[in-house]
Design a protein around this ligand. Structure first.
Ligand code: SF4
Length: 378
């Protein structure tokens, strides 16, 4: 761990020394949660980030190179601490404005605490909401459970009418977790989510040691994704738009294909801050038993020396290898869940290409692309 730097290091205001571009910052506001999902990697030890720590990393993030910035606030359940969430949102917007950055803020929630008060604030501040729903009741309740092991579906579903009437559609997305054991019903559950009234979905294959993807389940994923892709394409032809976050990213700035077959410098989109100010490049590894090995610095002191002095060139082989070295994956066995995510990304790139082919000749496709670019949640 780095020592506290009282003279002022990278995180103490000498931002001109910081040579990296941070496009996305994931801020874990708390490890406390109203649920205890089976695939959750967060150690529920009740920690909450201090406003001071949050401000330090937000200043660095919002003064780093690059104009476009994405702040993802998650936990635990961030709505447990609405006062702090408000301060973080307002501070981030102020600093972004001062530094002339284009900032998107997205708040991840399990939905159990949504109410008029927090929704009014999120709407007023144009904060996006990503709500986790795994599909129909029996599917959602397989893993999204309370600490007394009861399914959370009923707690979440009763909040949906309020959510849909309080927020603009462009600011709501469903994080649709897909378990390998539910993959055969992926399309059916996707349709169910659309029927609830949502029009934006982020398909998230679950990555957890408890849920391993077999070859057969991967084949199912492919099969079901084809149906989703056709459905989304037809929604454009029918002027009744349905969006996928991963396709929107591709349509926006080739956000998926620029990653194809490579990883960028982890500072660009993997930087995470945890409640004690710990900085890391992976939510899984910082919650692992070896977490000390994966801390790259602290918002209250500094980055490890090696990350301070390394020369930033986001797409260089050296910067790409950095994340693999960090994860220890360069020579290790491949992670099958990563392959499923890559499959989703490949379908998203394919669909985005198909959509672009029609942009010049069909008005609904042009309108769709315009709206898709406003629906980036991750
Ligand atoms: S709601 Fe999110 S943070 Fe809470 S237990 Fe479930 S996955 Fe973990």
């Amino acid at each position: 761990m780095p020592k506290s730097n009282k003279d002022g290091g990278i995180l103490q205001g000498t931002k001109q020394n910081f040579n990296k571009e941070v496009h996305t910052l994931r801020l874990s506001l708390t490890t406390k949660c109203t649920l205890n999902c089976r695939y959750c990697f967060v150690e529920k030890d009740g920690r909450v980030i201090s406003l001071d720590s949050a401000k330090k990393i937000l200043r660095l993030f919002l003064s780093s190179h690059g104009k476009d910035k994405m702040l993802i606030i998650y936990g635990g359940e961030p709505l447990l601490f609405l006062g702090l969430l408000k301060e973080i949102v307002i501070f981030s917007k102020k600093i972004a404005k001062e530094n002339k950055k284009k900032l998107i803020i997205s708040n991840g929630t399990n939905g159990t605490l949504l109410d008029k008060q927090n929704l009014a604030f999120l709407r007023k501040e144009d904060v996006k909401i990503s709500i986790s729903i795994d599909g129909k009741k029996e599917i959602h309740n397989k893993a999204r459970i309370t600490s007394d092991r009861k399914g959370s579906f009923d707690l979440v579903i009763k909040k949906i009418p309020l959510l849909l009437t309080s927020m603009e559609k462009k600011n709501i997305c469903v994080l649709f977790g897909v378990l390998p054991t539910s993959v055969a019903e992926l399309f059916e559950n996707f349709l169910y989510i659309i029927k609830l009234g949502f029009d934006s979905v982020n398909i998230e294959p679950i990555q957890s040691p408890l849920f391993k993807w077999t070859d057969k389940q991967q084949a199912y994923f492919k099969f079901e994704m084809k149906k989703v892709v056709s459905f989304v394409y037809e929604s454009i032809e029918n002027n009744d738009f349905v969006f996928l976050n991963s396709v929107n990213r591709e349509l926006n700035d080739n956000g998926m294909s620029k990653l194809y077959g490579k990883t960028l410098c982890p500072f660009y989109q993997n930087l995470e801050v945890y409640p004690d100010g710990e900085l890391a490049f992976s939510p899984f590894l910082i919650n692992s038993p070896q977490k000390k090995d994966y801390i790259i610095g602290n918002a209250n002191s500094n980055f490890l020396k090696k990350y301070e002095i390394c020369q930033y060139d986001c797409q260089s082989a050296k910067c790409q290898e950095c994340l693999d070295d960090y994860r220890g994956t360069r020579n290790a066995k491949r992670n099958i869940a990563d392959d499923v995510v890559k499959m989703r990304n490949a379908y998203s790139i394919y669909l985005a290409r198909k959509i672009r082919e029609s942009v010049n000749t069909r008005a609904s496709f042009r309108r769709y692309v315009g709206q898709a670019k406003k629906r980036i949640f991750e």
